[in-house]
Design a protein around this ligand. Structure first.
Ligand code: SF4
Length: 373
């Protein structure tokens, strides 16, 4: 069994080699990127591109599409050409889809050469085609796909088995001189996953794609992914992340982006500093917070907005916010930079906050066209 005490102490960000996924660098000190996977049928080009656009708007930087059929493979050129972010083709067994993806101009392929070798040994050809096109390949190992040989050796799935499997998969490409690789070693248990990535990062310098696989529904998956990613990223391990949720992929992207923002690895856009409410609250804090969140979604400058349920502790607790409100007696005290600038009825709190935020945006010389009502 593993417990937190056995995990490694914090260390500096670990240096990995760099691969280029389209125009997004991964590894080698590049900013940690967020990725997700579409849930549309890839062959439905319009639906897939619509979902990619939605993911991009939420902060997704790399997107993966599943390629389980010939129709999907035939859709790749159009998707790769029209997608605003790099597209990775996810392929399990069929070498011909790998060649199709490379020829289609996909920015990367996720495929395990062990699977390819089992059915039709064209690993060398794939290595040469990927090398010629400059297409990186991700090797993705998880509990479900572990080689029976390793399951027998280790008596079941464990971090050591995941790592050995990943490095063996890499060796199948390395023997053909291909090293433009990224690796993932996913597990549904965050601690097994953390340990696998820690071990892997000691044994190779390939960029690492972090993921807790089959993490579950939104709440559980968010907690598991956050717990695992926070440990690893704090230790300097991980170059790109994918949060897996049994929920629409845009939610995965929002969670991934928020994790990076919380760890100071990506510039924070909107932060709502809202109180948990208590017996002193003089407003429905939950409702007001939701309204404020909706009003500021997509605001064009980074902002920290405080929503406090009472005037007793409100302003003091929210002093570091750019602006905020403390409620009391049917009114809201609006403060900017710690100073009270207005007192308005509850019904005008949100619009006044937005007005004040626009003034801040103007002062900072930023375009505020992106504001959504
Ligand atoms: Fe309670 Fe006021 Fe603090 Fe909110 S700001 S938690 S209402 S004391």
């Amino acid at each position: 069994t593993i417990n937190l005490g056995q995990l490694e102490p914090p260390s500096a960000r670990q240096r990995t080699r760099r691969v280029l996924v389209g125009d997004v660098p991964v590894g080698g000190g590049a900013p940690v990127s967020v990725q997700s996977m579409t849930t549309t049928v890839t062959a439905d080009v319009d639906a897939t591109l619509r979902q990619i656009a939605e993911l991009t708007a939420a902060g997704c930087q790399i997107v993966r599409v599943a390629v389980p059929s010939q129709d999907d493979a035939e859709a790749l050129p159009a998707i790769a050409r029209k997608s605003p972010i790099p597209v990775i083709a996810d392929i399990h067994f069929q070498p011909r889809y790998v060649f199709a993806a490379i020829n289609a101009g996909c920015a990367g392929v996720r495929v395990n050469p062990g699977n390819i070798r089992k059915f039709d040994d064209r690993v060398g050809e794939i290595a040469r085609a990927a090398q010629a096109a400059g297409t990186p390949i991700r090797i993705g190992v998880n509990a479900g796909s572990l080689d029976p040989r390793l399951l027998a050796k280790y008596g079941g799935v464990c971090s050591e088995a995941l790592v050995e499997s990943a490095l063996w998969e890499c060796s199948l490409f390395e023997e053909h001189g291909f090293t433009d690789l990224k690796i993932s070693v996913k597990h549904h248990d965050p601690l097994v996953m953390v340990r696998a990535y820690q071990q892997l990062s000691r044994q190779c310098d390939y960029p690492l794609h972090l993921g807790v696989t089959e993490a579950g529904p939104a709440f559980q998956g968010t907690v598991k992914s956050t717990a695992a990613f926070a440990i690893l990223l704090h230790q300097g391990i991980g170059d790109t992340i994918r949060v897996s949720l049994s929920a629409p992929p845009v939610e995965e992207v929002k969670v991934g982006a928020a994790i990076l923002e919380s760890l100071g690895l990506r510039e924070r856009r909107l932060e709502i500093v809202s109180c948990p409410s208590c017996g002193r609250a003089q407003v429905d804090v939950y409702k007001l917070t939701e309204q404020v969140q909706a009003a500021f979604e997509g605001f064009p400058i980074p902002l920290r907005v405080a929503v406090m349920g009472c005037v007793v502790n409100g302003p003091g607790e929210a002093r570091e916010a750019d602006l905020g409100v403390s409620s009391g007696n049917g009114k809201g005290q609006i403060f900017v930079g710690g100073e009270i600038v207005a007192t308005v009825p509850d019904s005008r709190i949100v619009e006044t906050l937005v007005d004040e935020a626009l003034k801040i945006a103007e002062q900072r010389g930023m375009d505020s066209d992106g504001l959504q009502d």
